[in-house]
Design a protein around this ligand. Sequence first.
Ligand SMILES: Nc1nc2c(ncn2[C@@H]2O[C@H](COP(=O)(O)OP(=O)(O)OP(=O)(O)O)[C@@H](O)[C@H]2O)c(=O)[nH]1
Ligand SMILES: [Zn+2]
Length: 308
Amino acid sequence: MKEGLIIKSTGSWYTVKSNDGVIHNCRIKGRFRMDGIRTTNPISVGDKVDFQEENEANVIVKIHDRKNYIIRKSSNLSKHSQIIAANIDQAFLIVTVNYPLTTTTFIDRFLAAAEAYRIPVNLIFNKIDRYRPNDLTRLGELKFTYEKIGYKCFEISAKQGTHLDIIREALKGKINLLSGHSGVGKSTLINAIQPGLDLKTGEISEAHSQGKHTTTFSEMFELDFGGYIIDTPGIRGFGTIDMEKEEMSHFFPEIFKTSANCQFNNCTHVHEPKCAVKAAVEIGEICITRYESYLGMIMEDENSKYRI
Ligand SMILES: Nc1nc2c(ncn2[C@@H]2O[C@H](COP(=O)(O)OP(=O)(O)OP(=O)(O)O)[C@@H](O)[C@H]2O)c(=O)[nH]1
Ligand SMILES: [Zn+2]
C-alpha cells in the first residue's frame, strides 16, 4: 500500500504523486461513499489517497479525510455536485484597482466564500506600475480596509516583476488557488513566477464556466520552488454555497466579531434595534462597502443559495 497526492483528475484516471516523488496512474474501484454530498467524482486534485497494485493496475483504495474542498453543481438543475479541489492551503484573489476595476462587491463575495469553505485567503493587488495618484489612493484605502480585518495584502506588478519574490515565498510548499476576474493579470503573474507553467485557466468559455457542460478535469501544477497551483479550467470563483441567511455574517469576520454585541443574538444587522454592527458602520469602524456587500448577499436570494 502506498500513500500519495492526486495531482490530476480526468474523471476516470487519476495521476498520483506518491510520497517518494514517483508519479503513478491510478483508477478507482467500486464506489466511494461521500458523506452528505452527491458527487459525480469522488476524488479530486489535492486529495491524499492510499493506493495499491491489483492485477497490474494501480487502484485507489482510500481517500484521507479532507481539511476542506470546493464544489460546484455539475449543472444548474442537477443535484449532483462536482468536487473541484481538496485540501487547499490558501487562496489568492488577484485584484486591480483600475485597468480593469475589481469591485469591492466581487472581492467581498470571494472572501466570504473562502471563509465559508475554510480556506485562508489573501489579496494580491496587481498592476501597481500603471496606477496614477487616484488609483494609488484607492489602493491605500482598500489595503487599509482589508488588512484591518486580517487579510494579508500584496502589492505587485506582474509585468515588471515587482515584489514577485514575496509572492513566491507565500506560495512555497503550499497548495494554492489563484483567482481573479478576466484581465487582472493572472496568466501574466503565473508566467512571471514560473515561465512555462502552462495553465489552462481562462481558455474555457463563459458557458462552460457556468457548468452547462460537465467537466471533471482538473490539475495541479508543481512549482519549481515547491508547492502547487490548482488549475481548474473555466472556474473563476467558488460556485454556489448553500447557507442560511443568519449564517452569512459568519463569513464577514469583522461583522461576526462585532455581532456579539448586538441586542438580539439572531440579529441580521438590517433593521433590528440596538444593532452593534450598524453602530460600528456609522462610526466607520466597519467599512461601509463591506456592510453593503453583506447586505447585497443576504438580500439577493430568498432561497439562501449564493453564487459566488
Ligand atoms: N501594466 C501592467 N499590465 C499588466 C500587468 N499584469 C498584466 N498586465 C496586462 O494585463 C492584460 C491582461 O493580463 P492577463 O495575464 O492576460 O490577465 P488574466 O487575468 O490572465 O486574464 P484572462 O486570461 O482573461 O483570465 C495583459 O495585457 C497584460 O499584459 C501589470 O502588472 N502591469
Ligand atoms: Zn446586529
